[in-house]
Design a binder for this molecule. Structure first.
Ligand code: BTN
Length: 258
C-alpha cells in the first residue's frame, strides 16, 4: 500500500510544462477520470487539464472492459484539442510518453504492444484509453486516459498476476507517483508539441512495438484471426499476414502473442 497521497500542489511544484498538468482536478474517488475529463472538455477547460483519481468506481478499459484502480496506482486523463490530422497519433503519443516517463522515473525498460499496452518483461503495466469527439475535418476534444500499475502488489491479485505487473513489483520498492506524473506530463507535452511542429511519431512507436514480426492472434469483435504481424500502416493500423497469404488491416482489436 502506498504511503504517498497525491496532491495538486506537490504535482504543480516544479512541473516543467507550459500547459499539460498545469490545471489538475484531483479526486480521492470518482467514477472514471475519462468521464470527468469529458465533462471538462465540453465546458472548454484549458488544454492539458488533467483529471486524477486515487480510485475509480467505474474505471473502464478498451473493448468495454472494466479497469480496476487500487490505491497506489495512477488513473489520469488528459484533455487535448488536437488538429484533426494529429488525432490518430495520440495513442502512439500516450504509449511513448508512458514508456519514456517510466524509464526516466525508475530506469525500467518497457515494450509497447499494439495497439497501446505498455509491458514490462511481457506483463502489462499500463493501459491507455483514448476517447474523442471528432468530425471528418475537426476535433472537439480528445481525452487520453492512462492507468499505470505503480505501487499495487500483484501477489494480492492472483487472478491477474500472470499477465500484469507493477513498477513496485519490478523495482522492489515504492515508486513516487508524483515524480512519475510530472515526467508523464512533460513527455506528453513534448510529443504533442512535436506533432504541432509537423513531426510524426510513427517511426519511434513502431520501433518499440514488440508485436511486429511475431506470430499472433487478433480478436476483432467475435472473430479471431491468426498470422504474422507484418507492419503498421501510417494511421497506426496493424497489418496481419495470414497463413493463406492475405494481408488484413485492423484499426482495433486485441492481440495475443503466441
Ligand atoms: C486498457 O488497457 O484497456 C485501457 C485502460 C485505461 C484505464 C484508464 S485509468 C484512467 C482512465 N479512466 C478510465 O476509466 N480509464 C482510463
Amino acid at each position: 500500500m502506498s504511503e504517498e497521497m497525491l496532491n495538486k500542489n506537490t504535482i504543480a511544484a516544479g512541473l516543467e510544462t507550459q500547459f499539460v498538468g498545469q490545471n489538475v482536478l484531483y479526486y480521492t474517488v470518482t467514477t472514471s477520470t475519462n468521464d470527468i475529463a469529458r465533462q471538462q472538455a465540453l465546458a472548454k477547460c484549458p488544454e492539458g487539464t488533467a483529471v486524477i483519481a486515487e480510485r475509480q468506481t467505474s474505471g473502464r478499459g478498451r473493448l468495454k472492459r472494466e479497469w480496476v484502480t487500487p490505491q497506489g496506482n495512477i488513473a489520469v486523463s488528459v484533455v487535448l484539442y488536437p488538429h484533426r490530422k494529429d488525432l490518430h497519433f495520440l495513442t502512439m503519443l500516450a504509449a511513448l510518453a508512458v514508456q519514456n516517463s517510466i524509464q526516466k522515473t525508475t530506469g525500467l525498460k518497457c515494450q509497447l504492444k499494439w495497439p497501446n499496452d505498455v509491458l514490462i518483461k511481457g506483463k502489462k503495466v499500463c493501459g491507455i484509453l483514448l476517447e474523442s469527439q471528432a468530425a471528418p475535418e475537426s476535433v472537439d476534444y480528445a481525452i487520453i486516459g492512462i492507468g499505470i500499475n505503480v505501487n499495487m502488489k500483484l501477489s494480492e491479485y492472483p487472478e491477474i498476476a500472470a499477465i500484469a505487473t507493477s513498477l513496485a513489483d519490478e523495482t522492489g520498492e515504492e515508486v513516487s507517483r508524483v515524480v512519475l506524473l510530472q515526467n508523464l506530463f512533460v513527455e506528453i507535452e513534448r510529443s504533442y508539441l512535436r506533432l504541432q511542429d509537423g513531426e510524426s511519431l510513427l517511426e519511434e512507436w513502431r520501433d518499440n512495438l514488440v508485436t511486429l514480426g511475431k506470430q499472433i492472434h487478433v480478436r476483432a469483435g467475435d472473430e479471431v484471426f491468426e498470422g504474422i504481424a507484418e507492419s503498421v500502416a501510417e494511421d497506426g493500423s496493424l497489418m496481419l499476414r495470414c497463413a493463406d497469404g492475405r494481408l488484413m488491416k485492423f484499426t482495433a482489436g486485441d492481440v495475443t502473442l503466441k
